[in-house]
Design a protein around this ligand. Sequence first.
Ligand SMILES: [Zn+2]
Length: 339
Amino acid sequence: MSEAPLIQSKANVTKLGAVLLGKHVACDAYEESRPIRVVTHAHADHMVGLGKSLKNCEVSVMTPATRDLIDALKGPRWLARGTVKTLDYGEPLTYEDETLTLHYADHILGTAQALVEDKEQTRILYTSDFRFSRTPFVEADILVMEATYGDPVRVRPFSMMVEGMLVSMVEQGLKQGPVYVFGYHGKLQKMMRILYEAKIKTPFIVPEQIFRVSKVCERHGMKLGKQLLPFDGEEAQSMLTQNEPSVIFYHSYSRKKVEGEALQIHASGWEFRKPCRRVGTNKYVVALSDHSDFNELLEYVERCNPRLVITDKHRSEAANIFAKEIEKRLKIPAKAAPI
Ligand SMILES: [Zn+2]
């Protein structure tokens, strides 16, 4: 048998979005034939079918921080329905003739790349979502990649400027009163950290779920600011009624209303022309992303130099384009999955 079909059989992405590594592991969606379920991080599109995995898999594996985030999002009893094993970065879990390890990825707190090594010493890696600059690359023979910005037009050459721009916008807005910031879990806490490091001292006001998630981030070492106030608490409510300067953090899906003419800042990775764009009266989008852009994704593949790349088409429309670009530019066999 030639090598290609053999290595191709060692990794895949299913129609439901399960990233299959080796013979026993399924990452980020339920797959009934796999005894080990890995949750690479606590974003919803990576916790697909986790209830079923808890019920049917032998074990669900995640980092301790991811477990704590899921507890904060879904309640502490939710994961208790199944067997959960937490693995620190680099700590091995051996199952029959394969070994699983999790490796750091810079995305949201707790995010991991998943590596399976089989008995032929084939290293099969799934990157999950990651930001290139602070993610260590892991050597692999087969590389399953996220492809969110896998199209060559998805580049953000200005990304170094975005954090500074966010800080100065918030500083300006606070001169008029409260400032509202919108983003996803993880990105919200990253913005808190950026503002805190920039010495913005006004209280941060957050709804209950974001408060719980932020407390988990703090427990795991993130510095988010001295004054994190729950939105429904007395202190926050009194500040809001008196229009006092504060930064209010809402989830991107929040339907909460923004009062009056206050400055609103929405964080989105889907901005490629400039670091900041005005979208309405006092309403702006800043190009803050927790993913690698096209050039960075490609650089990861180049450094890793695997024998085969599989791009995750379940989570990204750009997976086909990205696979073609990898073959064209790096001459490494690549395919998008599921087909
Ligand atoms: Zn994610």
